[in-house]
Structure formats: C-alpha cells, structure tokens
Design a protein around this ligand. Structure first.
Ligand code: GLU
Length: 309
C-alpha cells in the first residue's frame, strides 16, 4: 500500500497546479470573495495519524456538510420517526429545488437537499429556542472533532440570511403543508447559522471519524452513535450527498461523501479514514470540482472505494 502522507502531498501539489478550478458560489455574497486558488486535504486514518497538505488549516464555510451532523442529531432526537418528516431517496434535482415538494405534499426527498435539511433542523428545534438548538449543533461538532475553537462565521450567516429567498420560499411552502412545526423564522435562522459554521479540513476530517469507525471516535474510543446508525448515514451520504451529482460521485470516487457550496467535501472510507477536502470552485451541480477529482485519485491510489479495487 502506498504511503498515505506521500499520496496526500502529491495530490495537493497536483491540484494546486491545475487551471480548471470551477466557479465559486456567488449566490451567497460572502462566499463570492473566497480565493478559488486554494486547496486543502486532510485524511484522519484509523491508526490515529492525520495526513494533511495544502490549505488544510484554513477555515472555510462548511455549508451543507453541516447537514451530516444535524441529521445525526435529529436521529438522536426522533429515531426512525424522523422518516415520517423526510424521505431517503435521491432527488435527482438541484440542492435548492422546489418542484418536487409540491408533488410530494411538502415532504422532502432526503435530509441533504435544502428542504430536507430544513425539516431536520425543525426536529432539532423542537422544544428549544433557536440559540439552544444552535448551541447543541455546535457542541456536537466540537465534541466530534475534539476542538472547542470551531465557530460560526457570523458574516456568512448574515449574508445568507439577507439573500436566502429560495430557502425562505422552501420553508414557507413546507410550513403550508404542516411539515414544519416551529416558526419559519426560527427554522431558517438556525439553518443559516449551522450552514455558516467554519472549519478547516483538519477539523472536519477529525469530526467525521465516528462515521468511518462504526459510530466510535477511534482516539477516545467513545461511542457517539450505534454502528447501525453510522452505516445508514453513510448510505445516505453515498446516495444523496452530492445532490444531482451523487451518481457521478459514487461512480468516480466510490465513497460516501457530503459536499457543501463552500467547496468542501467530507468523505468516509469505512474502517480506513475520514477525509476532508476543500477547493472552493464548484462544478455545474454545485459540488467542488477539484475536491471530487482529488478524492477520486485518493480512493484509487489507496484502494478505498467501497466497490472494490
Ligand atoms: N446554505 C446553503 C443553502 O442553503 C447550503 C447549500 C449547499 O451547501 O449545498 O443554499
């Protein structure tokens, strides 16, 4: 097996030289300022080591990657009852699409499209004021990463709140079907803020370890969720984690993964590693262009695809 450190270094070096970098998201004005020339990669391996290269310590906006952690928390709150509020099928539509919602009575296809994540946030809110729910989300991510410095980028949260008209529409539409139980403003405020959490690749790779190791943090040996739940979250990441680019990601990379419009991807190589990559330029499906290419190379070189060598 090739040396992980060397593989990670080589990939970061190759990615930093490429000209095809995709386009940074501009619909959230604060994200439009991010330099697309950056690239970071961090791999937290099963033996406790972490291989990092490039801008792996630069915090970026995790955006929809936060939905993996909110889904984990909501399953803790509601268990399988969650699946009455949100489905488990790939949508085949863009991350912020509204069309399916009307046909399916306001029940979103899966927890990773925006509508589904709003339903998940609503479940976490039940019985709590938004500030407490947000505190719980942040505490969970800090605990998973074993890092209390992880924070919310208030500029990004405000920027999204000022321009998130489509999310406002989705939330109101779902409310009209009775799918949201809390006030729409609470759900949106909490959602915008958890999407605005800033993390580096190193922090994100550390936070994802419980998904790679059957729900346990291999460093502390602390069990965060059951093996069955970890397996199911991985299944959803594989089938729905890249919106209408999920099939292509499974085909090319072969790992469960969740992307965000900040250009990050959290990928899981079960029993091997938790991987975070960041390259801010996106492809037309809203997924990190070089991030996907880097993961494809990493999975191939390390023989980590869940579908075989
Ligand atoms: N906060 C973003 C939105 O709601 C998340 C989208 C993404 O990262 O894919 O549009």
């Amino acid at each position: 097996m090739p040396q992980l450190d060397a593989v990670v270094r080589d990939i970061a070096e190759e990615m930093s030289r490429r000209d095809d970098r995709g386009e940074v998201a501009t619909y959230i004005p604060q994200l439009a300022h991010v330099d697309p020339g950056q690239f970071g990669l961090a791999v937290a391996a099963a033996d406790g080591s972490i291989a990092c290269a490039g801008h792996s310590d630069t915090p970026f906006s995790i955006q929809s990657i936060s939905k993996v952690f909110t889904l984990t928390l909501a399953l803790g709150v509601a268990g399988d009852q969650l699946w009455k509020r949100v489905g488990r099928e790939p949508s085949g539509n863009a991350f912020n699409s509204i069309v399916q919602l009307e046909l399916e009575q306001g029940v979103p296809r899966n927890p990773f499209i925006n509508a589904g994540a709003l339903a998940v946030t609503d479940v976490i809110l039940s019985g709590h004021p938004p500030r407490e729910a947000l505190g719980e989300i942040l505490r969970f991510i800090r605990f998973a990463a074993q890092d209390d410095s992880i924070h919310i980028d208030e500029h990004v949260a405000r920027s999204e709140k000022a321009t998130g008209f489509r999310n406002v529409a989705l939330a109101n539409f779902m409310k009209s079907f009775g799918v949201l139980q809390n006030p729409v403003d609470y759900v949106l405020g909490t959602y915008f803020h958890h999407c605005a959490i800033a993390m580096s690749c190193r922090q994100l790779a550390l936070a994802g370890r419980f998904l790679a190791h059957s729900g346990r943090n291999p460093d502390t040996n602390c069990s965060m969720i059951s093996p069955e739940r970890a397996r199911r979250i991985n299944a959803l990441m594989l089938t729905c984690g890249h919106y209408d680019g999920s099939g292509e990601f499974a085909y090319r990379v072969g790992l469960p993964g969740k992307s965000g419009v900040g250009g990050g991807i959290l990928a899981v190589a079960p029993s091997h590693a938790s991987i975070a990559v960041w390259a801010p330029g996106l492809d037309p499906t809203g997924n990190s262009h070089l991030g996907r290419i880097a993961l494809e190379k990493l999975a191939r070189k390390m023989k980590w695809s869940i579908f075989g060598e």
